[in-house]
Write a protein of this length. Structure first.
Length: 337
């Protein structure tokens, strides 16, 4: 079964054709980053306009590179939530029209469940149950996963998402947008022990697996303020972009790992599947790989960020089970409550 997947929740306009939830025949990701970088962040109005301009061309290109005429497609999947409402509506409406015009089964899917599915596109399917680590620009979720659509949230962020913290620190220091990849690259040349930034004190009761990034973000920003005012304890030799990036990145990832390891110990689950843009982070990948008692599965780098292949892959699982979404299905900015 060949499924066309369409993703337009944020600043990537993407479509893919995936066979049987596994084999990527084509995956086209048209990034809008240059249009948003001048504003140091995603501008929702620009995002939805670009999706409107690009979506038909992206789908045409993906069908051509997959070697498929529209008639070769057996089902259509699109992201319906969570994300920027205007952007979601473009991809979702296009997908519904495509399915309706060809009388194809249609399914609306959740973007975060699709990130979790991304690893299945290249790896053997992990056995359920496992721990999921969903880390993106908008979400930070540690969950127990019992099936492709059976997720129990164990912990989440009580303030900023981890990717958002990377983006805000990067913006403040003028490293570039989106911040994660810039900080990751700078950090390679820095000393992660140059600065000790605080870890949040969240390990009890209902917050046992939760994370927080506002304290870290403030501490990193204060560091630069002190340096600019010249009243901080550190001199210019230590306050290099590389040292700041490496120390921030280590703390940001250690915050995640503390919760993941705690959840693994408490639940006895030994497989961790990561997904989302921050799953591309080199320190996160190497630190998790060091835990020999855990099997850690990451999507390949090009499938960590937003892409149509993960939507098509997850969509296939629903369609195979016989699930269909009505064409009245609409978009939602939030995860389903
Ligand atoms: O999943 P994604 O592409 O979009 C959302 O669903 O939000 O994630 C984007 C986020 C951004 O915050 C970006 O800075 C972050 O992923 N990111 C990274 C890296 N690459 C992208 N964060 C840390 N290290 C990276 N290498
Ligand atoms: Zn995403």
């Amino acid at each position: 079964m060949k499924v066309l997947g369409i993703e337009s929740s944020c600043d990537e306009c993407s479509a893919a054709v995936v066979e049987d939830g596994k084999r990527i025949l084509s995956n086209v990701v048209a990034t809008q980053i240059p249009f948003h970088a001048v504003y140091d962040g995603v501008v929702p109005e620009i995002a939805s306009r670009k999706h409107t301009e690009w979506i038909a061309r992206v789908v045409k290109e993906v069908l051509e590179t997959a070697g498929e005429a529209p008639d070769g497609i057996d089902g259509v999947a699109a992201t319906a939530r969570p994300g920027l409402l205007g952007s979601l509506l473009v991809g979702l409406s296009f997908a519904k029209a495509f399915a309706w015009a060809r009388d194809l089964p249609f399914i609306a899917v959740d973007h975060m469940l699709a990130h979790l599915y991304a690893a299945n596109l290249t790896e053997n399917d992990p056995d359920y149950p496992f721990l999921g680590l969903l880390v993106s620009g908008g979400h930070t979720i540690i969950c127990r996963v019992d099936g492709f659509d059976a997720v129990t949230v164990l912990g989440t962020t009580i303030d900023d998402a981890v990717g958002e913290a990377f983006d805000k620190v990067s913006k403040y220091y003028g490293f570039g947008y989106p911040g994660g990849a810039y900080i990751d690259r700078l950090a390679v040349k820095g000393d992660p022990a140059a600065f000790r930034f605080p870890l949040p004190n969240l390990h009890k009761g209902e917050h046992r697996y939760d994370v927080s990034y506002s304290g870290l973000k403030t501490a990193v920003i204060n560091q630069l303020e002190q340096f600019r005012r010249k009243d901080g304890p550190r001199g210019p030799a230590e306050v290099t972009p590389e040292n700041i990036a490496a120390s921030f990145q280590k703390t940001a990832v250690d915050i995640l790992l503390r919760s993941v390891f705690r959840a693994a110990e408490d639940t006895g689950l030994t497989t961790v599947v990561a997904g989302g843009g921050v799953a591309a982070n080199s320190y996160l990948r190497s630190a998790l790989a060091e835990r020999k008692d855990l099997r850690c599965i990451f999507p390949p780098l090009d499938l960590c960020g937003d892409n149509g292949a993960m939507i098509a892959g997850l969509g296939y699982q629903y369609l195979k089970r016989g699930d269909r979404s009505p064409l009245s299905e609409t978009a939602s900015a939030r995860v389903r409550g």
